[in-house]
Ligand binder design. Sequence first.
Ligand SMILES: *[C@@H]1O[C@H](CO)[C@@H](O)[C@H](O)[C@H]1NC(C)=O
Ligand SMILES: *[C@@H]1O[C@H](CO)[C@@H](O)[C@H](O)[C@H]1NC(C)=O
Ligand SMILES: *[C@@H]1O[C@H](CO)[C@@H](O)[C@H](O)[C@H]1NC(C)=O
Ligand SMILES: *[C@@H]1O[C@H](CO)[C@@H](O)[C@H](O)[C@H]1NC(C)=O
Ligand SMILES: *[C@@H]1O[C@H](CO)[C@@H](O)[C@H](O)[C@H]1NC(C)=O
Length: 787
Amino acid sequence: MSTSSVELLEGTPTSWRKESAVFLNDEKRSLLGRNPTSWPLLLSSLLITFGALIAVFLLLLARAPLPQQLDPYRVQIWEDMKRIDLLGRKLQQAISGSRILDSIKWLSKDVHVSGTEENEKLLDELGKLYSRWGYDVRFFEYSVLLSYPNYSRPNTIEVFDDDGGEWLTVSEGFGRPKGPKELRDQESDSRSGVWWSAYSANGSVEGSIVYANYGRSVDFDLLKSMAIDVKGKIVLMRFGGVSRSVKIAEAESRGAIGVVLFSDPILSGPPSGNNSFPSEMSLPGDDVQRGGLLPAVGDPETPSLPSLPFVPRHSTKRLRKTGALPRIPVTPIGSDVASRLMRLLDGTLSKEHRWQGGLSADYRLSGSRRFRLSVSSKLTRRPIRNMIAVMQGAVEPDRWVMVGNHVDAWVKGAIDPATGTASQLEVARVLAESSALSPPRRSIVFCHWDAEEFGLIGSSEWLEEMGKVVDARALAMINVDHVAGNASLQVKAVPLLYRVLSEAAQSVEQTDQFERNNGRLTLLDSWKYHGGRSPIDGDRNLPHIGLPGGASDHQRFISLAGVPSVDIKMTSKGRSSYPLYHSMHEVPWTVERFVSSDGTALATVARFVTEATTRLANQLVIPFSAGDYAQTLSQWLTMVHTKLDHLDVPKYLHNYDLRFRALINASSQLREAAEAIDERAKEITSSKRGTSVTMLNAINDRLMRMERVFLDGDAFLTPLHRHLVFSPAKIATARTPFALILETASDWATADTSEKEPLLEIISDSIARLTIAMRTASEMLILPLEQ
Ligand SMILES: *[C@@H]1O[C@H](CO)[C@@H](O)[C@H](O)[C@H]1NC(C)=O
Ligand SMILES: *[C@@H]1O[C@H](CO)[C@@H](O)[C@H](O)[C@H]1NC(C)=O
Ligand SMILES: *[C@@H]1O[C@H](CO)[C@@H](O)[C@H](O)[C@H]1NC(C)=O
Ligand SMILES: *[C@@H]1O[C@H](CO)[C@@H](O)[C@H](O)[C@H]1NC(C)=O
Ligand SMILES: *[C@@H]1O[C@H](CO)[C@@H](O)[C@H](O)[C@H]1NC(C)=O
């Protein structure tokens, strides 16, 4: 093939040169012939001729094909992993834990709820910092619907005293700073202690109280079976089990007039005493988990469109009517008040073990006394801004490795988000320092999102505006929401990233002395030891990695945009969250006391992110493992089959066997295609083989498209989710892959006969769409023949 093309090309230039030479000779003659005695003229003619000769020579050089070894399309380039490893090590060394601790201090100095001046100021500071480091900084502003309490009139709960004939206060709606002076000073701000839930309805309601456990639909069903009606009542529920918005929607749909939420000490630790905060990490009895109540993500006023000035808004009235905003007042309360409320109930004692916890009272389901819940809450449209900082790649600037976290907090946010943001800043700083000498191959894009706490609003609006650009350019999104402990990594990611993440963790040295003393010398060792089982059956090289769901900004990137995403956290031993989550005690003192006294854990997370980013941005072949994806899908399909079988779906779903066989078939086809491309990638990455730029781009384009193939906008009831594998069906926190199939199957199993048929249709439709996506993926992965 290559020989014949060279011959073909060599024929052309010869005749070309001849023709040009004839043309030149003619011109020379005429020039010289006109005035042969005029020497200056002759000299200048000679010069002109010489110049023309050079020009023509250059022209020829440009037109003529280069010798084969210089053909840029054929030139072989080779991977240099040593250089990348060295770069990673240098960057890691530059990371400083104490600098991260310092950043946490300024990032969490003030209460900085989204839409406030304090948050604006933080974003300005971040912009200045990145500009100073040489990044290209842009702000993206949107005007979105936010919600605030009246800090000078906190939410209250009163009980009617029949004897005295008056209302007595049970809850004044706020907690107080505690502990040593340094801690109290950091906590003090008139807004810090106030208990509120964003987007609650404003107003005052009166009624008796019913306790509904976690507020899941099964909990309400149990109450119903005991003839305890929640209609016209205020429902008391504890956090956990399902998201806040699901609890509210359940309560509303069953006729409740108000909701009161509390953190049960069984989950949040002792509310007082020597083994509670500030001696230990636990939620004090007079503080609460704040949070948003939106059932969907993004600005509720502009679903699927960016909240720019020219975009029309849905009215608040319409949003309440459709359930996009809560219709009833809601407040969180401290567990001290929850115990007090329980003691004021006089109805049925709860017999269910699973309904009880750590309150200092008997758990009762209802009571005869009348309560008044007053909530002050105001909806307002306010400007928010995302800050995006780009370090342009030297070779492939149009491929973006993205690193992100949010800026806004419910109170001061020293853990969530400042630990994540400060670690990210340290990554950005060391990368900027090294980029002068060693710029990344691909672009690195740092994102600081606004209004995440209110419902992933900043990232959603940005994707709604920039989605097509992101689709064309984004390689991966690395999100670090917070670091709440020093024991163990907690990572949620798509399978394409399993390998690069575990390799990155292997090259991060463990600096925690306890871990080292126990023989765990790399971050990967600790991750494997503390985490659960490998996500791939029988593959002991991988640490535990969960599904890429959850409520932080990476969720939009995978679920809406199909960008391979990872969320990285570090937690304390055996915990998935931390008791002080969204509380007023998230201040720097708490970070140094309970998370990382010397910044070691924070630096470790920053090093891990740096390694992953460096590999994704510099390896010739994008380090995605197509094989892991195909293998995981096949494994999950086995699980789907078992579950559907268990629910008896195959018996009722027309042609189930044929459909599922096609799906399995598509899955094995995908495994073959994925293994082939991985094999080719491995040869390049291990420097066994070189590659042409064309071939490299062919491989990378395929790897970049693989996740996107699973986007299907028509499969979902809402335009907010599009990923057939990783999007939730109804509830924004996916706990299962293929939620469209599995969640629907669970609904089908419990639905009334008249409602079953449409659910079966959704299941077979989803199976078909998934089959097509998998077949497309294998088709798309096939590489062109090597030239
Ligand atoms: C907030 O509450 C205070 C005290 O009740 C009241 O004076 C003030 O008008 C309220 N502010 C708003 C904006 O409603
Ligand atoms: C909230 O409700 C209270 C009555 O409970 C009322 O006085 C106040 O004006 C309302 N505020 C808003 C913003 O609607
Ligand atoms: C708590 O600690 C203090 C001082 O260390 C001690 O005097 C007290 O007895 C402890 N209380 C309990 C309930 O353990
Ligand atoms: C690690 O976390 C534990 C438990 O929260 C804490 O006692 C310990 O001091 C922490 N270590 C460092 C170095 O911060
Ligand atoms: C499985 O796929 C192959 C192509 O890879 C095809 O020839 C075969 O007919 C398929 N079988 C089923 C049951 O769909």
